[in-house]
Structure formats: C-alpha cells, structure tokens
Design a protein around this ligand. Structure first.
Ligand code: IPM
Ligand code: MG
Length: 363
C-alpha cells in the first residue's frame, strides 16, 4: 500500500516539541494498524523568517501541496515582534493558498478532567460542541491601510464564502445532535447582516431538518460560559471564531487539550493544536501534547479518511487521561514527551475495533 505523505511544519515556540510527539503518534498508529507514513519537515513562521527572510517559503508551500495532510505545531513569538514580516503571515498565507476555508474546533470535557475546569461541574459535565470558523475571509484578509493618524482593516464577505462554510456546519450538525447556532453582530455590521441572510437561506433550502438559531456575538460569549451544554455546532466568521474558540478551550480545563482541523474543498488539509507557540514554556518539555495528538486524530479522520485509526487515537488519549497521566497544565508533572509516551502506550492497548463512544462527528 502506498504510504501517506505527511508534511510536518513544527514552526516556533513549543511547536517543535508537539510536532515531534505528533510524528511519534503517527508512527505508532502505523505499527498498530499496518499503515505507513512518510514525513517531510518544512519551515514556517519565525524559524522560516530567520532562515530565509520569508514566513512561508516557496519550498514549504510546494511540500504542503504535494502531501496528503499537513501537521503544524505553532507560529509566532516575541522575538519577531516589530519586524517587517510577521510569523503569523506564514500561517495566514498557507490557509489562503490552500483555500482552507473551514476551521473545525471541537470542545469536549473529559469526565476525568471535569474538576480542572474553572467552571463548576454542573455547568461543564458532558459539554460537547464543535465550532465551525470561517477561515479565509473577513477582516483577516481585507485591505489594510495605515496613515499617520489612522488605520483601517476592511472586513469583507461574499455570498459564496458564507454559503460554503454554512453547508459544512449544517452537514456536520446533521451527523451530530442536529443544531446550529450561527453567531454574528447583525445589529451593527453589514457583513453580519449578509451572513445571517445567507445562513438562513442555506438552511431553508437544504437543511430544514436541522435546528437553526442566530445569536449576537457579545451575548453568545456570555452564554457559552453560562450554558455551554446548550451548543452542538457553532458557526461563525473568522475573527469572532478566533476569539470564541479560545474562550471555548478553557471549558475543558486547558487550552493545551484543544485540536483543530482546517479543511478546504480540495487538496490537503491542515491540522494544528489551538494553543499557539507558548514562548514562556518553549524548549523545556513542559507543554501538553494532547491538543497536537487529538489534531493527529482529526488528520487521520478528515485528512486521510482513516476512521478506525482516528478512533484509536481518541480512545488512547481518553485511556491515558483515565489512567492518571497529567501534564503540568492539568495539575500533574509529566513532561510533553512523557505524556506522548503515555498515549502511545495506551494506543497499543486499545481495541483495534472502532470505539464508537469516543468518536466525534462533524461531517
Ligand atoms: C488561531 C491563531 C491564529 C489566528 C494566529 C496565529 C494568526 O490565533 O489559529 O486561532 O488568529 O487565526
Ligand atoms: Mg486564535
């Protein structure tokens, strides 16, 4: 069988540490399920700026295009603040070049970690929702202007951009609990009024079996803390999704647990933990690799369509946590590498059959 080609982009800060664990987990998946993977490692972000002057070198983009799936660690750090090229431009450029318009960020609360949540057990137990964040439009990609006494960031959305992310979110809801909460600021912004119109139309014409509600982003950010169990699929634009997904990630006890997938209509997709480069703890084997490992789970499921393998990785994470493996952000003392090893040990123990109870669905 042809091996799967994985492009690894370790990047900055803790990125290389979690990318190394991600790679080890894929190798272990290969042994466990008789699959083979080949890896190339490419530069992106600050390390790419240092080596080439560019945050997304041509060679990196070419390797990503030639791969079956891409794993990214993190980009950014204070070292590159104030420079003419920012590390984040590399990630934004990659999202745009590969048309990765759907950023999927699941939040679930592991029963063994409920007490790590800053919220009370009664609010967070059984929380399980997924955010669909539009990723290639809005103020992230509008025209930027700067004068001596002003600055502006254009926020632009087209009907087609809203339609395709809405379809992705509704399809995912259909495979889950059948509810979409679309988030906007339609009482103020014209782009939000367009967003609401288009989402309503896509719903009425294709997904009337799915429940749709609209929420304003300020109110939703409050409700997400007050009643996080009320949500199934949250659909929103780029900037709101950036903010709300960080908020969502604390519900489960640590941002270090959150994975993400960035999917396009065609071509390879990108998988990365939500936590970012965490420069304060970088290089000291202190970070939590679970967000990266669960991103490998998403890579297997959505990037390579290997459902059994994806479920195996998710079950191994659950088993390692149930057995008491904890990094420092979770109140334990395991380092990044040791936590990775705990999950790999658990992977060798999980049943080769798909474990349906841990399988997460979003289309
Ligand atoms: C994220 C990050 C990125 C974003 C940064 C690093 C550009 O915060 O993936 O959420 O704002 O999209
Ligand atoms: Mg963010």
């Amino acid at each position: 069988m042809k091996p799967y080609a994985i492009a690894l982009l370790p990047g900055d800060g803790v990125g290389p540490e979690v990318a190394a664990v991600a790679r080890d987990v894929l190798v272990a998946v290969g042994e466990r399920y008789s699959r083979s993977f080949t890896f190339t490692s490419e530069l992106i972000g600050g390390v790419a700026i240092d080596a080439t002057g560019e945050s997304l070198p041509e060679a990196t983009l070419a390797a990503c295009r030639a791969s079956d799936a891409i794993f990214l660690g993190a980009v950014g750090g204070p070292k590159w603040d104030g420079g003419s090229v920012r590390p984040e431009q590399g990630l934004l450029g990659l999202r745009k070049a590969l048309e990765l318009f759907a950023n999927v960020r699941p939040t679930r609360v592991y029963s063994d970690l409920v007490d790590r949540s800053p919220l009370k057990r009664e609010f967070v137990e059984d929380v399980d929702f997924v955010m669909f964040r539009e990723l290639t439009g809005g103020s992230y990609f509008g025209e930027r202007k700067r004068g001596p006494t002003f600055a502006s960031d254009e926020c632009l959305y087209t009907t087609g951009e809203v339609e395709r992310i809405a379809h992705a979110a509704f399809a995912a809801a259909r495979a889950r609990r059948g509810k979409v909460t679309s988030v906007d600021k339609a009482n103020v912004l014209e782009t939000s009024r367009l967003w609401r119109e288009v989402v309503t139309r896509v719903h009425a014409s294709h997904y009337s079996d799915v429940q749709l509600e609209h929420a304003l982003v300020d109110s939703l950010s409050m409700q997400l803390i007050r009643q996080p169990r009320a949500y199934d699929v949250i659909l929103t634009e780029n900037m709101f999704g950036d903010i709300l997904s960080d908020e969502a990630s604390v519900l489960g006890g640590s941002i270090g647990l959150s994975p993400s997938a960035s999917l396009g209509a065609h071509g390879p997709a990108l998988f990365e933990p939500v936590h970012g480069s965490a420069p304060d703890i970088a290089g000291r084997d202190l970070c939590n690799p679970i967000g990266a490992i669960l991103s490998v789970g998403l890579l297997l499921r959505y990037g390579l369509r290997l459902q059994r393998e994806a479920a195996g990785v998710e079950a191994a994470v659950e088993a390692a946590i149930a057995a008491g493996a904890r990094t420092r952000d979770l109140g334990g003392d395991l380092g990044c590498r040791a936590m990775g090893e705990a999950v790999i040990d658990a992977l060798h123990g999980v049943s080769a059959q798909t474990s349906h109870h841990v399988q997460m669905h979003w289309g």
